[in-house]
Design a protein around this ligand. Structure first.
Ligand code: PGA
Length: 259
């Protein structure tokens, strides 16, 4: 079965020293049970770029993986403000979020750019976490699946089946991000199920069944258990609630139906 993945997206929060303190507190919560938790779940934190070196040190010897919030698709060159795969790998980054809705909507990243970023992450042998999700207006107009599945096709366009097994998708309805308004477990499951069936068409069954599909958007310690009870919800991408060690630790300890 798929191990659940609980990923913290710190966004533009926490300096290196604040990040170090948060990780020390998180480890105090999780390290004692690391072996038990590792049976059916993985934990990941994605700090801002400048906090990654301090986070790498703070995570030494822990089971918590290190992620980044974005990455450019070119190996190097004149791309002011961007960061490459080699720079992230240097610090032991294993997962990279691409196509987060804030990148798409605030910074103009296109479907095509997200697809190139995802492919570059996979080519560098890291795990891309490809984010998809509709805006409130698209949701209200009944265009959720059309938008999400289009973003999914572009996001995975350059990913080969042998790379896809380890890829991660994150469904994050834009109207649920940072708003306190979560999709219901039923709403999320219906989108996750549609994503799974597109993955099945594209990559075939064993691969599609291995791909984790995370839910993101106002995940909290209160709602995580009911979300994780759904068959195609394989973890969570957590923003606000990941900035407090006890909240995120509780989310990581979500009740799971199966091991
Ligand atoms: P939120 O953010 O948990 O604060 O809603 C989630 C995300 O944007 O990944």
């Amino acid at each position: 079965m798929r191990r659940k993945l609980f990923a913290a997206n710190w966004k533009m929060n926490l300096t290196p020293s604040e990040g170090r303190s948060l990780l020390a507190a998180l480890r105090a919560h999780l390290d004692p049970d690391a072996a038990t938790l590792a049976r059916d779940r993985e934990v990941l934190v994605a700090p801002a770029f400048l906090a990654i070196p301090a986070a790498a040190q703070a995570l030494a010897g822990s089971a918590i993986a290190l992620g980044a919030q974005n990455m450019h698709f070119e190996a190097k060159g004149a791309f002011t403000g961007e960061v490459s795969a080699a720079m992230l790998r240097y610090f032991g980054v294993s997962h990279v979020i691409v196509g987060h809705s804030e990148r798409r909507h605030l910074f103009g990243e296109s479907d095509e750019s997200v697809g190139r970023r995802a492919a570059a992450v996979a080519a560098a042998r890291m795990t891309p976490i490809v984010c998809v999700g509709e805006t409130a207006a698209q949701h209200d107009a009944g265009h959720t699946l059309e938008v999400v599945l289009r973003q999914l096709q572009h996001g995975l366009a350059l990913i080969a089946p042998e790379q896809a097994t380890t890829a991660v998708i994150a469904y994050e309805p834009v109207w649920a991000i940072g708003t306190g308004r979560t999709a219901t477990p039923e709403q999320a499951q219906s989108v996750h199920g549609a994503i799974r069936s597109v993955l099945d068409d594209r990559f075939g069954n064993p691969v599609a069944a291995a791909i984790r599909i995370l839910y993101g958007g106002s995940v909290t310690e209160e709602n995580v258990d009911s979300l994780m009870a759904k068959p195609d919800i394989d973890g969570a991408l957590v923003g606000g609630a990941s900035l407090k060690a006890d909240s995120f630790a509780r989310i990581v300890r979500a009740k799971l139906q199966q091991g």
